[in-house]
Design a protein around this ligand. Structure first.
Ligand SMILES: Nc1ncnc2c1ncn2[C@@H]1O[C@H](COP(=O)(O)OP(=O)(O)OP(=O)(O)O)[C@@H](O)[C@H]1O
Length: 323
């Protein structure tokens, strides 16, 4: 189990991590999400042992050391994939992967390199020098380098950020399924809601160096405690509950995702359409209500300036009323 207790860190006088505590069981996958600059990378660096943090981090009975305690900073049983890929540019892709397979007999090595490259759909590039790879291809090789050693704990910093949408889904399935099979514990810093919702057992939301929420992804999604949390999953509207459900007689507000709102004749929430954005299966409609921006999904294009009424299902959303 990974355990952080009261971990704090500052580069100068401004604290970047503020008393972070959580545990993560072996084999579980945790997403760390939050606005840019909230401290996700710094958290991964502290766990890997690259920073002189305060507090304590342990993996089972091993304490994570700090840079001053080691000749080469970083723990050998952890693999950290940072946002820079660090490939050897003049070496072939297969050699870049092979370097991370040190304790494997030579006759098994080629098969293992092939198997790993297939997982990220890079087997056709095995003999190419890394310097000729695109950014996304380099990232795919860096991912398999991280997997090659089968670490006990894997730390991934935005691991699919350079990979096109078309490949990303397949790669994510391959990689996270592989990690589960091998019982490798994993922490992923990400901005991508799909990584949180589809591939994590747990999620941590960070804001300005603090943990705002630590929950299962579905609980986080359906019960966001604040607009900040909900916004990490997409567009969010904040509406007075009274306007949507007058009989409630409440001055509380409710956070709504675009799919929570639907057009209904006679609905009490009246909005003016600003713009419709085609999103494939429907439109994301931006609208305005007394100067407040709102978003809802609609199956057809709605022209600018038309007025529509919007409803939302109270029974489904009552848990989301602000306290
Ligand atoms: N070497 C450094 N010296 C001083 N400040 C730093 C240094 N590295 C990072 N920071 C600051 O620490 C804060 C947290 O940065 P960090 O990279 O952890 O954020 P992040 O959540 O990973 O952001 P992003 O999502 O943009 O990658 C930022 O304000 C950043 O400017």
């Amino acid at each position: 189990m990974l355990e952080l207790s009261n971990v704090s860190f500052a580069y100068n006088s401004d604290p970047i991590l503020k008393s972070i505590s959580f545990t993560l069981d072996q084999g579980k996958h945790l997403s760390v999400i939050g606005a840019s600059g909230c401290g996700k990378t710094t958290l991964l660096e502290a766990i890997y042992g690259l920073l002189s943090f305060q507090g304590e981090i342990s993996w089972g009975d091993k304490k994570i050391t700090k840079p001053e305690d080691r000749l080469v900073p970083g723990e050998p049983f952890i693999k950290y994939l940072s946002q820079s890929f660090d490939l050897y540019p003049f070496h072939k892709v297969s050699e870049n992967v092979g370097k991370h397979l040190k304790s494997i007999p030579l006759d098994e090595k080629q098969d293992r390199i092939q198997e790993l490259l297939e997982m990220v759909e890079m087997e056709d590039y095995a003999d190419m020098q890394a310097k000729y790879l695109s950014g996304g291809q380099q990232q795919r090789v860096a991912i398999v380098q991280a997997l090659a050693q089968e670490p006990e704990l894997l730390l991934l910093d935005e691991p699919f950020s350079h990979i096109d949408q078309y490949r990303r889904n397949n790669l994510r399935r391959n990689i996270f399924n592989y990690l589960k099979e091998k019982n490798i514990t994993c922490i992923v810093a990400t901005h991508d809601p799909t990584e949180v919702l589809s591939f994590s057992d747990d999620a941590i939301v960070m804001k300005e160096g603090e943990i705002m929420a630590h929950e299962s992804p579905s609980h986080l999604y359906f019960n966001p405690k604040s607009r900040y949390v909900a916004t990490l999953f997409g567009e969010v509207s904040e509406v007075e509950a009274d306007v949507l459900w007058p009989s409630l007689n409440s001055n509380r507000k409710v956070l709504l995702y675009p799919h929570d709102l639907y057009v209904e004749e006679g609905a009490t929430l009246s909005v003016k359409v600003v713009k419709s954005y085609f999103s494939g299966k429907d439109y994301l409609v931006e609208a305005s209500n007394k100067g407040e921006k709102l978003f809802f999904n609609h199956p057809e294009l709605l022209e600018r300036d038309i007025e529509v009424g919007l409803s939302a299902d109270y029974n489904k959303l009552k848990g989301r009323l602000e306290q």
